[in-house]
Design a protein around this ligand. Structure first.
Ligand code: IPE
Ligand code: IPE
Ligand code: MG
Length: 272
C-alpha cells in the first residue's frame, strides 16, 4: 500500500530541474487531462452532457485502478480556466455534475482512505460548491492511501501568477532585496507543492497539447497521449500508459552514463 506523505517531506518538494528525483517502476504521481467527453457523446448522437456523465464513471474506474497499481497521487483536470468560454448550459451542467459527484463519492473515497484535494481558483466557484469542496477536503484530510487532486477553474499560468503574488505578499523583502527570486521562494506557493512532481502525464482524446495544465510541475514529466476518449478509458488503458512509462529513460538533462552511476539524488551545489 502506498503511504504518501503530503507535507514536510523533503523528497516531495524536490525539484526536477535541480535534483534527480527518485524514479520507481510504478509512477508515484500521475496527472491526467480527461479529454474527449463531448466527442464520445456526439459519436453516439447524444448530447455532450451524456459524455460528461460517463466521464465521471471513467474517473471512478481510474481512481480504483490507480490505487490497485500503487500510484500514490492522481491529479485530474476537470475544468480549465478557459472552459468558462463554453456555452452557458454546458458550464452550468458541469458545475452541477461536479457538486453531485463530490457529494456522492466523498464517503467512498474516505472509506478507501483516499485524500481528496481540489486545486484552482476556487473564488470563481459558487458558494455551495466551495462549501462542498471544503467539507470533502476536511473529511478525507487524514487519508494516506492515495491523494486524488481535482483541478477545477485551474490554469497553469494562473498557478504561477498566483504563487508569485502570494510569495511577494508573504515576503515583501523579496522586492526590496532586489535579489533574483529562486524556485525555492516560489515552490511553496504553487499548487501541489506538497506532492512530488508528476512522473507520468496522460492525455486522452487524441489532442497532443497541454491546454494550460500544470505548466510548471510537468517540467520533466513523461508524456503519454492516447486516442481513447475519456469515457472509454479504463484499467487496461491505464496499464498501457504505465507500460509505456516503464520503457522511458528519464535523464533530467543528464547523460545515460551519469544516470547509471546515479543513485537517489544529486546535490544542488553540483549544478548547473
Ligand atoms: C473534457 O471533455 C471535459 C472538459 C473539458 C470539461 P471535452 O468536453 O473537452 O470533450 P471534447 O474534447 O469536446 O470531445
Ligand atoms: C482541457 O480540455 C481541459 C480539461 C480536460 C478539463 P479542453 O477540451 O478544454 O482543451 P482544448 O480546448 O481542446 O485545448
Ligand atoms: Mg476537449
Amino acid at each position: 500500500m502506498a503511504t504518501i506523505q503530503t507535507s514536510n517531506n523533503p523528497q516531495n518538494s524536490a525539484s526536477s530541474t535541480q535534483l534527480v528525483p527518485e524514479v520507481s517502476c510504478i509512477p508515484k504521481h500521475v496527472a491526467v487531462i480527461m479529454d474527449g467527453n463531448g466527442r464520445w457523446a456526439t459519436q453516439r448522437h447524444l448530447p455532450r452532457m451524456a459524455g460528461h456523465e460517463r466521464g465521471v464513471a471513467a474517473l471512478r474506474r481510474v481512481v480504483e485502478a490507480s490505487v490497485k497499481l500503487g500510484v500514490e497521487a492522481l491529479t485530474v483536470f476537470a475544468f480549465s480556466s478557459e472552459n468558462w468560454r463554453r456555452p452557458e448550459d454546458e458550464v452550468s451542467f458541469l458545475m452541477t455534475l461536479f457538486l453531485k459527484a463530490l457529494r456522492r463519492e466523498v464517503r467512498e473515497l474516505d472509506a478507501n482512505k483516499i485524500q481528496l484535494r481540489v486545486i484552482g481558483d476556487l473564488s470563481g466557484l459558487s458558494m455551495r460548491l466551495r462549501k462542498a469542496v471544503e467539507e470533502a477536503e476536511v473529511i478525507t484530510a487524514a487519508n494516506n492511501r492515495m491523494v486524488l487532486t481535482v483541478a477545477v477553474n485551474y490554469g497553469g499560468r494562473w498557478d504561477v501568477l498566483n504563487a508569485m503574488n502570494k510569495a511577494l505578499a508573504a515576503s515583501p523583502d523579496i522586492r526590496s532585496l532586489r535579489a533574483p527570486m529562486t524556485e525555492d521562494d516560489l515552490r511553496p506557493y504553487l499548487a501541489l507543492s506538497n506532492l512530488p512532481e508528476p512522473d507520468l502525464f496522460i492525455r486522452t482524446g487524441g489532442e497532443q497539447r497541454m491546454s494550460n495544465f500544470m505548466l510548471w510541475q510537468l517540467a520533466y514529466t513523461e508524456l503519454y497521449f492516447t486516442d481513447v476518449l475519456w469515457p472509454d478509458f479504463d484499467a487496461d488503458c491505464l496499464q498501457a500508459a504505465v507500460h509505456s512509462y516503464q520503457t522511458r529513460e528519464r535523464r533530467f538533462g543528464r547523460t545515460s552514463g551519469q544516470l547509471a552511476q546515479h543513485v537517489g539524488s544529486e546535490s544542488k551545489s553540483r549544478s548547473p
